[in-house]
Write a protein that binds this ligand. Structure first.
Ligand code: FAD
Ligand code: SIN
Length: 521
């Protein structure tokens, strides 16, 4: 017999999107949050640069929208963008009312930072650890509330679907035991999928589980070819990758080639503060041209200012014997953000009744082909809140909490064994579906992934049981396959998707979303 828990509202993930949704729901019913590792393990706690919002005197929602649409390279949904930028300032002010301490200038005004492709300074930040500050405030807001229960080390692995409606999820608890969590509305707030690639800024939990789980349940997913590669990730051989925030360039840091010369302007007239896709491409091209590394340098800036403004990054550099203020810091691109995800409307509703999605796992259309810097935390906040409100209004049948026990047996088949190992998937994705892509590479990757994904489905169909590790590989494999399929189909270059065989943007054929859906019987 499968163990069972229930609530009115079920939230998968404890990052900014899940927590903001929870804040919307706790006064309206019992909220159960499942989170697959420690509750602070998602990308939110890692966010450095800040959260963008049109709160400055020289700024406006229209200007913020214009920058967002330009970065999105023709594929943003303008309605979603308008919602983000007009609602954004109020959501951010609410965070401040709840206790968020963003840095202030000496005159007491918010100290707004500049980042790539923003026309003005509009990024609120808490030094270089903005995500940690936001998470602190959201957890504090929910702490001790009698209606909320957060369960750590609970990994959602499958949607429970009855008559086409999602009634909750199955999850593996910390003992590795399969449990059913049922609720009248379920939110996927599982974050991104950077772990699909060998080089990534993302934490270990970012394996695209929400996208995989929704897709395997038959939900629509879209825009998965658009993976943002952050240009400046500390690339010291043998050391873990560590993000060097775009805010460094916002404060004047320069990208230099192996000869010590600035180079980005040769590839984009905006130079070091061009949009991320362009800077990542410039780094790859320049490294290929010179055959040498690329560096980020702050040596021309006042050392005290640099160390005070970026203390966490300075410490990370120190750990690999580099001085942020004086040394050249070797950098390269790494997978950072998934623009695509589970298709939602503006209230977070997916194509499956009862299932909602928000944050990086969702595809609201706000980012189009390339996300503007610091718009992700804002998206999690605004659309997490909106999804929470919509879940309250969801009129699906409520799950009878005091019902008969579920007698469905837990799968008892042999353990599922994915044919491809995680490192093989990540390595192949980096080499064949990274910053630059081609038909040849994508076709080869697709062949491998189609076979491996087919074997997984066959094993699951035969009742194979899942462990947390096996699910991790299944999720990576599923999302990798979706990315490759979408990238193969889109025969143009746009935003973060660069095809060497189709180097130009082709609006006639491709000014549209690539969607995928699995038909589930
Ligand atoms: P996350 O915060 O990633 O949370 C996802 C949650 O889901 C986690 O709790 C995870 O454990 C849980 N989860 C995942 N799978 C399962 C499962 N199967 N079952 C149960 N739980 C699950 N954006 C900005 O706007 N500004 C920045 O300055 C910025 N800096 C960044 C720096 C770094 C290093 C990184 C990695 C990202 C940065 N981003 C930034 C992006 C931004 O942080 C994320 O896109 C955003 O925090 C995502 O929020 P989320 O709530 O969607 O997901
Ligand atoms: C950064 O600080 O460079 C990351 C900001 C983001 O991902 O928006």
């Amino acid at each position: 017999m499968i163990e069972r828990v229930s609530a009115d509202y079920l939230i998968i993930g404890s990052g900014i999107a899940g927590l903001r949704a929870a804040a919307e729901l706790v006064e309206h019913g019992r909220v159960l949050v499942l989170t697959k590792s420690d509750r602070g393990a998602g990308s939110t706690g890692y966010a450095q640069g800040g959260i963008a919002a049109a709160v400055g005197d020289d700024d406006s929602p229209e200007l913020h929208a214009s920058d967002t649409l330009t970065a999105g390279d023709g594929l943003c949904d303008p309605r979603a963008v308008e919602m983000l930028v007009t609602d954004g300032p109020a959501y951010v002010r609410e965070l401040i009312d709840w206790g968020a301490l963003f840095d202030k200038a000496p005159d007491g005004h918010l100290d707004l930072a500049r980042e790539g492709a923003h026309a003005v300074r509009r990024v609120l930040h808490a030094r270089d650890a903005t995500g940690r500050e936001i998470a602190r405030v959201l957890f504090a807001r929910l702490k001790g509330h009698p209606a909320i229960r957060i369960v750590d080390h609970a990994t959602a692995v499958q949607a429970i679907t009855e008559d086409g409606t999602v009634r909750g999820v199955r999850f593996l608890d910390e003992r590795g035991v399969l449990v059913e969590a049922r609720a009248q509305a379920t939110l996927l707030a599982t974050g991104g999928a950077g772990q699909v690639f060998r080089e990534t800024t993302n934490p270990a939990v970012a394996t695209g589980d929400g996208v995989a789980l929704a897709y395997l349940a038959g939900a629509r997913v879209a825009d998965l070819e658009f993976v943002q590669f952050h240009p400046t990730v500390l690339a010291v051989p043998g050391a873990p990758r560590y993000l060097l925030s775009e805010a460094l360039r916002g404060e004047g840091a320069r990208l230099l080639n192996a000869d010590g010369d600035p180079f980005v302007y040769r590839y984009d007239p905006r130079g070091d503060l061009a949009s991320r896709d362009r800077v990542s491409q410039a780094i790859v091209l320049e490294s290929a041209r010179t055959g040498g590394p690329v560096y980020l340098s702050l040596a021309h800036l006042p050392a005290d200012f640099v160390r005070d403004r970026f203390p966490a990054i300075a410490e990370a550099c120190r750990r690999v014997d580099l001085d942020i203020a004086t040394d050249r810091l070797p950098v390269g691109p790494a997978a950072h953000y998934l623009m695509g995800g589970v298709v939602t409307d503006l209230e977070g509703r997916t194509s499956l009744p009862g299932l909602f999605a928000a944050g990086e796992a969702a595809c609201t259309g706000v980012h189009g082909a390339n996300r503007l810097a610091s718009n992700s935390l804002l998206e999690g906040l605004v659309f997490g809140g909106r999804a929470g409100r919509a879940m309250r209004g969801w009129r699906g049948d409520a799950w009878p909490h005091a019902g008969t026990p579920i007698v469905e047996p837990a799968p008892e088949g042999p353990p599922l064994r994915p044919a491809l190992e995680e490192h093989a998937i990540r390595d192949m994705m980096w080499r064949q579906a990274g910053v630059y892509r081609s038909r040849e590479d994508l076709t080869a990757a697709d062949t491998v992934l189609t076979t491996a994904a087919g074997e997984v489905l066959a094993q699951r169909g035969a009742g194979a049981s899942l462990s947390t590790d096996a699910w991790r590989t299944v999720s990576l494999l599923t999302v990798a396959h979706l990315i490759v399929r979408a990238a193969r189909r889109r025969e143009e270059s746009r935003g973060a998707h660069s095809r060497t065989d189709f180097p130009n943007r082709d609006d006639d054929r491709w000014k549209r979303r690539v969607e995928d859906v699995r038909s589930v019987k």
